[in-house]
Structures are given as C-alpha cells and as structure tokens.
Ligand binder design. Sequence first.
Ligand SMILES: [Zn+2]
Length: 147
Amino acid sequence: MDDKQPSLLFKEKESLLLIESERLKTFGEWPNELSWACTPQKLAHAGFYFSPGPESLDNVCCLFCQKELDGWEPDDDPLKEHKKHSATCPFLSLKKPVEKLTLVEFVRLNMKIASLKTIKILDKTRKEFEEQSNTTREEIIEHINQK
Ligand SMILES: [Zn+2]
C-alpha cells in the first residue's frame, strides 16, 4: 500500500497514541514554555499528540477526529479548544480512558474514527476532483477559443 494514501486503519505505531501516556511522550520537543497553563500533559489528556510542521511549530493533532490545532496561547485550555473546534470528536464523548473500554466500546470507537476518516478522505477527494475539473474545463474553453 502506498504510504501517502490515507488509511482507515491505524498503523501499529499510531494505535499506541490512543493511550494518553503514549501521546504525552510525543511532546519531547514541545516549543512552548513549560510554565504555561497550556501544558503537554493537558494537551495529551485532551486527546492530542504533538505533530509539528515547518509552518506550525506547536501543531497538535487529535488521533480520534484528525483535528489539527496550533498557535497555542499560555492560558489556552486544550479540552475547551478541542470541544470548540471539533464538537463531534468521539474522544470527547468517552466516559473513561481508552485502555479501560470494553471490547464492544473499543470496536464502536474505532468504527466512529473510521467513519470520520472516511468523511475527511471523501471531502479531500471531492475538492481535488472539483479543482481538476475546473482546470480541464478552462483548458477546453481555451482550446475551443483558439480555433
Ligand atoms: Zn478530536
């Protein structure tokens, strides 16, 4: 399988990030002040793992809804921000940590995650298709006008 293709299933390394203590370990190179109220502990507790990019040094991502947030302020509350930007995230409706879920609850959680991933992939594919069809339409019109 092409690694660049989004997958509905977690890779082994990714699935570890379902566990809060594993998410916390990703914050080793966290660029913000550790004295801030917005700590790596709170971010990991709110479902995020650290996923920096060249343009967003403090970018975090939620494994459960794939929401990415950056530009953190000292007094931000990660859980509040998560709710504000991704109200339907399945992590936010969990009543207990992932490692305490029953098998049925765990399977349901993974189905919700896969469903959210599917919507995201379909949205991206639809946007790419629309962009490509617009480009092609313009090329056809240009070609006709040249004759
Ligand atoms: Zn989320």
